[in-house]
Design a protein around this ligand. Structure first.
Ligand code: NAI
Length: 249
């Protein structure tokens, strides 16, 4: 069945791959990111493949922007019942060097952003008696040096997801989290730059530690998101799926 999906942070990386995958699954997709123009490539890829998509510019941490984005999506694509909260940022630093801004920015985009998006979308899900929420956590939720802010946010995403599952289950809405390990995107590229390592070396080093012997690709996460959003996953809710090429971070 065709639904309307929103994928946040879908201009690039994991979000772009997930938007394309949900479109190929037959859904109309709102490609949402900070800057509407940055969504053009993802939208074009979906349309070239015969799918339906619109570009939406919004800061997920801005309540008014989120509400008007969701209103516009409902009007142009149909009531959104699938939501993938993927938008994210990193501001890595060891605790003693971490600023309040580093802390607030990361908690705000991931947690406040996912909260605002879910709050705006749940009305459409409840009205439809059906919905899917997928939240992006991370293996960093288990703790990661230099990421006190990000680890707290990504652990928070897991508690948030479980609570959504409890509150919205009776309306036919499931909520699950995906916790990726190392995925090749601009985010991991930025980490390599920050620590002064070439990206190819950084990826090769990461792959050595991963049981399946390779780094993850955005499509690896898109596949898991597609499954959670499917009709047949309706009895799976409140779960955290580590997609990391092995059992540990
Ligand atoms: P990325 O940096 O390539 O893409 C993130 C996208 O989110 C960008 O297009 C950015 O503009 C958008 N964004 C940032 N702040 C936003 C805001 N306030 N409102 C709307 N859009 C905003 O990142 P990547 O690697 O694709 O990550 C996607 C998600 O997966 C993030 O939540 C990240 O924390 C998570 N993740 C990534 C991993 C990796 O290894 N790349 C591992 C584990 C989790």
């Amino acid at each position: 069945m065709t639904r309307t999906a929103i994928v946040t942070g879908a201009a690039r990386g994991i979000g772009a791959a997930t938007a394309k995958r949900l479109a190929s699954d037959g859904h109309a997709v709102a490609v949402l990111d900070l800057d509407e123009a940055s969504c053009a490539d993802t939208v074009a890829a979906i349309e070239d493949a015969g799918g339906r998509a619109i570009a939406v510019g919004a800061d997920v941490a801005d309540a008014a922007a989120v509400q008007s984005a969701v209103d516009r999506i409902a009007a142009e694509l149909g009531a959104p019942t699938i939501l993938v909260n993927n938008a994210g940022i990193i501001r890595d630093n060891l605790l003693f060097k971490m600023t309040e801004d580093d802390w607030d920015a990361v908690l705000t985009v991931h947690l406040r952003g996912a909260f605002l998006m879910c709050r705006a979308v749940q009305k459409h899900q409840v009205d439809a008696g059906w919905g899917r929420v997928v939240n992006l956590s991370s293996t960093s939720a288990l703790g990661n040096r230099g990421q006190a802010n990000y680890a707290a946010a990504k652990a928070g995403m897991q508690g948030f997801t479980k609570t959504l599952a409890l509150e919205l289950g009776r309306y036919g809405v499931t909520a699950n989290a995906i916790a990726p390990g190392f995925i090749v995107t601009d985010m991991t590229r930025a980490t390599a730059e920050r620590i002064g390592v070439g990206f190819d070396d950084f990826v090769a080093h990461a792959a050595k530690e991963i049981p399946v012997g390779r780094a993850g690709e955005p499509d690896d996460i898109a596949a898991a998101a597609s499954f959670f959003c499917s009709e047949e996953a309706g009895f799976i809710s409140g779960q955290v799926l580590y997609v990391a090429g092995g059992p540990r971070a």
